[in-house]
Ligand binder design. Structure first.
Ligand SMILES: Cc1cc2nc3c(=O)[nH]c(=O)nc-3n(C[C@H](O)[C@H](O)[C@H](O)COP(=O)(O)OP(=O)(O)OC[C@H]3O[C@@H](n4cnc5c(N)ncnc54)[C@H](O)[C@@H]3O)c2cc1C
Length: 302
């Protein structure tokens, strides 16, 4: 029995797909097919899917909203497991929140605002999930998840056991976490927020999102900032100083609006984007001596 045939006996059929275009699941809107794709709705379904992939000897990749993901044009072999809307419960107990990995950061920030809890306003415009957010220690406007996360329930892939990691065990640093080791899946995360004023929280979120719309090319597909912020510099400024705004390879372009973003003008391939990333790195290094490091995670086959 193929992995696909096995999975449709283990998960509701509508949650399992074959040859699924990853362009449908990445904010860049590029990427070849995943051999098999599924969207579990609970930890038990996730465990079943992982067990089936392991038994079939198939590799697997866990994704959230694909908003920091560049999938190469040859697609992803094995199984892609998306933890999204179907895995997104949010519970609020006083100042503590427990949130499933697939919850959108925007929905989490909105839930906090509704409960007059402050500390997650910065996350309301980040288009990722809690799992992908923790993987990256997502942040903006001087805030990051590490400021408010108290721990997470992770699945250890070597033993297939769940364990609660404390905030320090998550090793949340600038766009980094213990999840980047590659043998852990985030199932749920825990946050502690401060009591605040619902109207003031709403106003702050509105203001940050207004600044985002003003500065960022949100009308084009992208993965946000393409590069990490190098120590003592801003990637966008270095790219602009190197005269690279508007530089284009195929359908990929260094945004005219914000040089830190590579955008898909329409019809870009992953190859276009990767070639543009390499050009930008080389030219920024030549003009400033700074080697940029991509923030966007590149995966799949070329
Ligand atoms: C317009 C735009 C604006 C953005 N602005 C910001 C910003 O201000 N700040 C910021 O930090 N980022 C920003 N980003 C990037 C992106 O939204 C964040 O990095 C986000 O945290 C990624 O979450 P995701 O769910 O989309 O993860 P994905 O892109 O799906 O995955 C990212 C990585 O996390 C892994 N992963 C996902 N879920 C899990 C899980 N449950 N367990 C283990 N590993 C997992 C994946 O394998 C992958 O390696 C922006 C992106 C866009 C498109």
């Amino acid at each position: 029995m193929s992995l696909y045939e096995e999975l449709v006996t283990l998960l509701p059929r509508e949650r399992v797909r074959r040859d699924e275009p990853m362009s449908r699941h990445t904010s860049f809107k590029v990427g070849g097919n995943a051999d098999v794709f599924c969207e579990p709705s609970c930890a038990e379904e996730l465990a079943r899917a992982l067990k089936a992939a392991k038994q079939a000897g198939a590799p697997f990749t866990v994704i959230g909203n694909g908003s920091n993901l560049l999938v190469r044009d040859g697609g992803i072999r094995g199984l892609v497991i998306r933890l999204g809307d179907s895995f997104s419960a949010i519970s609020v107990h006083g100042q503590e929140l427990s949130v499933q990995a697939g919850a959108a950061l925007a929905k989490l920030a909105a839930a906090a605002q509704e409960h007059a809890l402050t500390g997650l306003e910065f996350a309301s415009g980040i288009p990722g999930t809690v799992g992908g957010g923790l993987f990256m220690n997502a942040g903006a406007y001087d805030g990051s998840l590490s400021d408010v996360c108290t721990g997470a329930r992770l699945l250890k892939l070597d033993t297939m056991e769940e364990a609660v990691f404390s905030a320090s065990e998550l090793r949340l640093g600038y766009r980094s976490s213990v999840l980047q080791q590659g043998d852990l899946i985030c199932l749920e995360a825990f946050f502690r927020l401060e009591k605040g004023d619902a109207a003031a929280i709403r106003a702050k979120m509105d203001e940050l999102n207004r600044r985002r719309r003003e500065k960022q090319p949100l009308n084009y597909p992208s993965a946000g900032s393409t590069f990490k912020r190098p120590q003592g510099h801003f990637a966008g400024a270095l790219i602009q100083q190197a005269g690279l705004k508007g530089l284009t390879v195929g359908g990929a372009q260094v945004s005219e609006k914000h040089a830190g973003f590579i955008i898909n003008l329409g019809g870009a391939t992953a190859r276009d984007i990767i070639e543009l990333i390499e050009k930008v790195k080389a030219q920024v290094y030549e003009t400033s001596g700074v080697m940029l490091e991509p923030e966007v995670r590149i995966t799949g086959e070329g």
